[in-house]
Write a protein that binds this ligand. Sequence first.
Ligand code: RIB
Length: 294
Amino acid sequence: MISVFGSANMDLVAYVSQAPKRGETVTGREFRTVPGGKGANQAIAAARAGTPVSFLGAVGDDGFGTEMRATLAEAGVDVERLRRVPGPSGIAHIVVDDAGGNSIIVVPGANGTVTGLTDEDRAVIAASQALLLQLELPMEAVVAAARAGRAADVPVILTPAPAQPLPDELLDAVTVLVPNEHEAAAITGVTDPDAAADALLKRVPEVLITLGSEGALYASRSGERLREPAVRVKAVDTTAAGDTFVGAFAVARAQGRAPAECLRFASAAAALSVQREGASTSMPTRAEIEDFLA
Ligand code: RIB
């Protein structure tokens, strides 16, 4: 079982030829509400990729919260530890352009109320094969979860997004850090991915840098360094491609696959997700990933 401690947002998505500039009004072609949030996305991606998943976080007592809980449960995610708190759920205001690129504003809502772990949360984390974290919950809670994972010898896989300063006490508890190229540059101050990986390996044992259309770079302190090219597909919406990649990578890793195989599995999952619109609507099943790889 994999546990994911993270955010759930209702994504409010406008599809438009080109995102508006400041002060400009443009007409979009479509609007959708899609359950998302980096935490919930990773949980759904991992569940569809073929492993039991427990999701720890919070939604509000509004209709969005009810819908997000139902979407997670439908994907097979255990939502026993998903709190329902008074007030609005988190939302993400997303603009997707015709090239499949996006810009996102997140308003945390209920996610912002998660400031720590309950004893039950700790028990779920301790029983996991991996703990997935991102940075859309308050930092104190993310640090507490990472330390709980570390204390129980559970591999902690952190996506450092949205980018922000990372306290030492967090990095000290991380096993695999999965930044994109921009986050890696922001953390290390260097733009070359190999140099950024070298710098990050001084802080964590394993690094996986996602490079968009250039694929991904994996490096470990034990000396492995792998470059996985991106699979060439036509992207219609890249929202949650990174979350899909991490969820699938974590599943393959928890199943004991070698890093090269984990990368191939994760890249295939991400390639499938960018060909579909939305966050939770875009993640492939294990059968789809295996067909694609075959
Ligand atoms: O990573 C994509 C996610 O970022 C979206 O689903 C949105 O909710 C924001 O959290």
